[in-house]
Design a binder for this molecule. Structure first.
Ligand code: TUI
Length: 311
């Protein structure tokens, strides 16, 4: 399956792994890259030194293409933006903000820049600023989200920009991949399914929660203060939503979630931790290697195309 994205990134399959904070470290990212997709190191809220070490490990693991995701609310975002240039990282994705101020530095260094956007307006702004592609991320996604669904956002972004579009949000198998291509996407970004990959260092308790989740088991917190975050329902979300409904301040709510993602990923605290996951969690049934996941998705997408040839 050749697309402008597989050609731009030099990858075999149109599958990109989401740059998930705490989750997307080099074990997962190198497994995805070695299996023919694009592995991404998620900087999340980590310091630049940590990201530096991750890049070093990633290079040691093989010479396949990989990217770094910069979460723009990270206080060290600027240092990480420079680090990717000095380390010769070929691909950068960004999230949770507007990366325009780093764009000229990255372009001059020949870095391929792929901002994650949640609206047509942001996609157009990023194209004008020089982005090589965009990830159009629907509200089905886990973590920090926008409002439009993948089904509505992807075709509207495809029509609005000339650069290639990668679909994200609610995609967890080959049928989702085929559907995204039908909407005009040229690759998909997958997050939640890779959380349960064998190579993922995420605590077994968290993986079990995703595998056991049903279709309606995610909840969106933080809507009232403009930072909606999708995660699996647990004691933490119940407490958060109760406080939010009672009009708690942003600071009070932030206090509740401080360090909660790490608590879930590293310590396996599925009661008080933040279990970020997308709505597709209900579809995910087992732990597999990244290679098994990617090959199964490709086979299934090809089969979906044969089953429904549209002529
Ligand atoms: O960034 C994400 N998803 C994330 S980031 C993250 S880290 C975190 N950790 C703890 C609590 C909260 C967050 C977890 N999940 N997805 C990409 C994405 N970007 N979705 C939406 C956006 C976005 C939002 C606003 C992109 C641009 C934007 O622009 C605002 C502006 O500055 O104009």
């Amino acid at each position: 399956m050749k697309t402008r994205i597989t050609q731009l990134l030099g990858i075999q399959y149109p599958i990109i792994q989401g740059g998930m904070a705490w989750v997307a470290e080099y074990h997962l990212a190198s497994a995805v890259s070695l299996a023919g997709g694009l592995g991404i190191i998620g900087a999340g809220g980590a310091p630049a030194d940590f990201v530096h070490e991750q890049i070093r490990r990633m290079k040691e693991a093989g010479d396949k293409p990989f990217g770094v995701n910069i979460m723009l609310m990270n206080p060290e975002a600027e240092a990480i933006a420079r680090l990717v240039v000095t380390e010769g990282v070929k691909v950068v994705t960004t999230g949770a903000g507007n990366p325009a101020k780093y764009m000229s530095m990255w372009k001059e260094a020949g870095v391929k820049v792929i901002p994650v956007v949640a609206s047509v307006a942001m996609a157009k702004m990023m194209e004008r600023a020089g982005a090589d592609a965009v990830v159009a991320e629907g509200t089905e996604s886990g973590g920090h989200i926008g409002f439009a669904t993948t089904m509505t956002l992807v075709p509207q972004v495809v029509d609005a920009v000339k650069i290639p579009v990668i679909a994200a949000g609610g995609i967890g198998d080959g049928r989702g991949l085929a559907a995204a291509m039908m909407l005009g996407a040229e690759a998909v970004q997958i997050g939640t399914r890779f959380v349960v990959a064998k190579e993922s260092i995420v605590h077994e308790n968290y993986k079990k929660k995703i595998i056991g989740a049903k279709d309606i088991d995610s909840e969106v917190t933080g809507m009232s203060h403009g930072h909606p975050v999708r995660q699996l329902r647990n004691s933490m979300t119940r407490e958060y939503l109760k406080l939010e409904k009672a009009g708690a301040s942003f600071e009070e709510l932030e206090h509740l979630t401080l360090g909660a993602l790490k608590k879930a990923v590293v310590e396996g605290d599925v009661v008080n931790g933040t279990l970020m996951a997308g709505q597709i969690a209900g579809l995910i049934q087992k732990e597999q290697t990244c290679r098994e996941m990617i090959e199964e998705m490709m086979d299934q997408a090809k089969e979906a195309g044969k089953q429904f040839p549209l002529q």
